[in-house]
Design a protein around this ligand. Structure first.
Ligand SMILES: C[S@@+](CC[C@H](N)C(=O)[O-])C[C@H]1O[C@@H](n2cnc3c(N)ncnc32)[C@H](O)[C@@H]1O
Length: 195
């Protein structure tokens, strides 16, 4: 099963109205804190692996013009029905990114599911980030073994690649908010700048 088939199956076999632990149907608190504390220009934003699209909707409501991509056509169609004034596209981050430049690129849980081509993906992200633009990445920790993934890895294995491409503004241990009854999911918040 390829990555697209895997994620179409994940999304289509769960009701989009519930049942997926990370799908909290609201913005991530860490994203809100970043917008409150970091001088990010509120112009163009790109979300990678947007899932059901609630972080993108939050960014739109904060004044960004938002493009949101996901490899799953199934979930992109759900997003198009649920959220207006966002440019939703079916796209695989390991292959391409929109031909535009952004002030903010945001990822919650997409990169950490894409070990193959991660170096190329990081480079592609840098290439479509404006100078002084920010890349905010929320990634799982190595302790999150109970959650299945296409291929498990630890984001710190790529710290040197990250350092070579971006200025590190913040790396912070966090907990992903999960849906009720699913506890918390250990992870890391990276705030990176295209200096
Ligand atoms: C763990 S979910 C997170 C979804 C959403 N960001 C959230 O926090 O609720 C990972 C998302 O990334 C998408 N995804 C996985 N690999 C991808 C890829 N190579 N390119 C684009 N999207 C991908 C999946 O379809 C899924 O929606």
């Amino acid at each position: 099963m390829d990555n697209k088939e895997f994620w179409d199956k994940v999304w289509s076999t769960h009701s989009p109205s519930g049942g997926i632990p990370w799908d909290i149907k609201k913005e991530d608190d860490n994203l809100r804190d970043c917008l409150n504390n970091i001088p990010i220009k509120k112009d163009k934003a790109l979300e990678l692996g947007c899932g059901t699209g609630y972080d993108s909707a939050f960014l739109r409501d904060q004044g960004f013009k938002v493009t949101a991509i996901d490899v799953s056509e199934y979930i992109i169609n759900v997003c198009k029905r649920n959220h207006k004034n966002i440019d939703f596209l079916v796209m695989d981050i390991s292959k391409e990114l929109p031909k535009d430049s952004f002030d903010l690129i945001y990822d919650r849980g997409c990169i950490h599911n894409n070990k193959d081509n991660i170096k190329q993906s990081l480079k592609n992200i840098k290439d479509c980030l404006n100078k002084d633009g920010y890349f905010i990445m929320i990634s799982g920790g190595e302790e999150d073994s109970e959650y299945p993934r296409p291929e498990k890895f630890y984001i710190f294995d790529f710290l040197n690649d990250i350092r070579n491409l971006f200025e590190i503004v913040l790396i912070k241990k966090i907990n992903f908010d999960l849906t009720e009854d699913n506890g918390q999911f250990p992870g890391w918040l990276f705030v990176l700048k295209n200096a």
